[in-house]
Design a protein around this ligand. Structure first.
Ligand SMILES: Nc1ncnc2c1ncn2[C@@H]1O[C@H](COP(=O)(O)OP(=O)(O)OP(=O)(O)O)[C@@H](O)[C@H]1O
Ligand SMILES: [Mg+2]
Length: 315
């Protein structure tokens, strides 16, 4: 199936709050679809709606062809969910927690123990598998919750801030795993995250929510082209000319924004846009500056995010 999730004019209110506001979007098979947005933007509410945990106020959705409200059990057999605050039975061991879910998800009995061992190894918990989860650290609990979401090899994974609370190595590992699931196994991932660097690296497309509304949707490259006009450019000039070049750069407020930053013989300047590059080069050449290198830094989702969240003037 090409469209794994179809959301049409979905709205969810909580009394006065419109948590999800007339949201329409589609998620394609095999993609890593990122959802970004400030605290309270509606990310988790969207995940809960898509999983049939709560009802929409209005609008409709299809997930793997199912209506989450009507076909919850059928849907959940094929989806994995890492919720924002996953709960485990703290009195039981990691192994027993996973066994219970393996039963619930209908993992064939002959495969359960192999699968659990595989996942506990994958998430670096194998040597603590027989301990009660109550004694686990926050990151260990998060890794166990991730293992649980992957247990039945779901074709669609909802991950609500999967690297929250993880140390950098564990976070890196989880990101690798997410990519592998999507790229090699062609599964789909619906990923809510505040980590814009991860989103840039992992996501095929991202949606940005603001107060429940969709304010941007596209590939990271499309969004940066659309929303980021300013760009940072590194310029390497003859060392003897650094001071005079700085003076030139400071005299071009139409092209250069703010103060240039100097690192050894490299200068980094923020330009007002793409077209400012040839204009700047022309001026520098006229002033006989010897330029050895000029390179525009790639715009990123962080700049898009700030552009969309009220800092439109500065990006
Ligand atoms: N059960 C609930 N009852 C009342 N209000 C709720 C409920 N669930 C969510 N909301 C409200 O809906 C809005 C969206 O919340 P949601 O948890 O979806 O945001 P989020 O984007 O996941 O935020 P965060 O980044 O902090 O996780 C918030 O204003 C929140 O207070
Ligand atoms: Mg949330």
């Amino acid at each position: 199936m090409d469209k794994v999730i179809i959301v049409n004019q979905l709205t969810r209110r909580f009394e006065e709050t419109v948590a999800v506001d007339n949201l329409s979007l589609e998620v394609h098979a095999g993609e890593i679809f990122g959802v970004l947005g400030h605290n309270g933007a509606g990310k988790t509410t969207t995940v809960r709606l898509l999983n049939g945990v709560i009802e929409p106020t209005s609008g409709s959705m299809r997930v793997l062809g199912f209506d989450p409200q009507m076909d919850g059990p059928k849907l959940r057999a094929r989806t994995g969910v890492l919720t924002e605050t996953p709960s485990m039975d703290e009195r039981l061991t990691a192994k027993d927690n996973l066994s219970i879910y393996a039963d619930l998800y209908g993992v064939p009995r002959t495969e359960v123990s192999k699968r659990i061992h595989e996942l506990l190894t994958e998430f670096d918990l194998a040597d603590r598998a027989e301990e009660r989860v109550g004694g686990y650290s926050k990151g260990m609990k998060q890794r166990l919750a991730l293992a649980r979401a992957f247990l039945h090899k779901p074709e669609l994974l909802f991950l609500d801030e999967p690297t929250s609370g993880l140390d950098p190595i564990a976070a890196h590992h989880v990101n690798d795993l997410i990519q592998r699931i999507a790229r090699r196994e062609n599964h789909t991932v619906f990923l809510c995250t505040h980590n814009l660097v991860d989103a840039q690296k992992l996501c095929d497309r991202v949606a940005v929510l603001e107060h429940g509304r969709l304010v941007a949707l596209g590939t990271p490259a499309e969004l940066t082209r659309q929303y980021v006009r300013r760009m940072d450019v590194d310029i390497e000039v003859n060392e003897a000319q650094i001071e005079s070049t700085l003076q030139v750069l400071r005299s071009l407020p139409r092209l250069v924004i703010g103060d240039p930053v100097q690192t050894n013989s490299d200068l980094t300047v923020t330009l007002s846009g793409h077209e400012a590059i040839p204009d700047l080069l022309e001026v520098l050449v006229q002033k006989n500056v010897r330029i050895y290198r000029i390179a525009a830094q790639e715009a990123n989702l962080e700049q898009v995010y700030f552009a969309l969240h009220g800092e439109k003037e500065s990006v």
